[in-house]
Design a protein around this ligand. Sequence first.
Ligand SMILES: [Zn+2]
Length: 138
Amino acid sequence: MGFFKKNKKRQPTKIEWKIKHNCLDLIIESAKSVYPNEFGAVLRVDDKQKDTISEIILLPGTVQGESHTIFKLHMMPVDFNIVGTIHSHPSTNPNPSDADLELFGKHGKIHIIIASPYDYSSWKAYDYNGKETKIELV
Ligand SMILES: [Zn+2]
């Protein structure tokens, strides 16, 4: 463990993700508005800043239920600026479920889960492996 500790912290990440304030605000508002159901959408980066999440897009046919959001990812538009997913958890637990991990592994590079009470401190981001990842608020 100790041997790897230093490396692990310094492990270079390919992309230093950022998210725009107004985009996170929209995520918070959307999650609140469908509570106690889940909210789900995809994350889109800026055309010029490919590391900055600036928009969310609701996919047609995404089913929002009380226990899980089913992403109809075959409905995803051909858009190379879509980098991952966002969904809400009506509980206070922002950790990914097994189904979430499966989704993360299949689609996208960055995934956000926002948990109740849906505020600036109740969300977490993960990479495709389900490893927690930092996103800077810009
Ligand atoms: Zn989930």
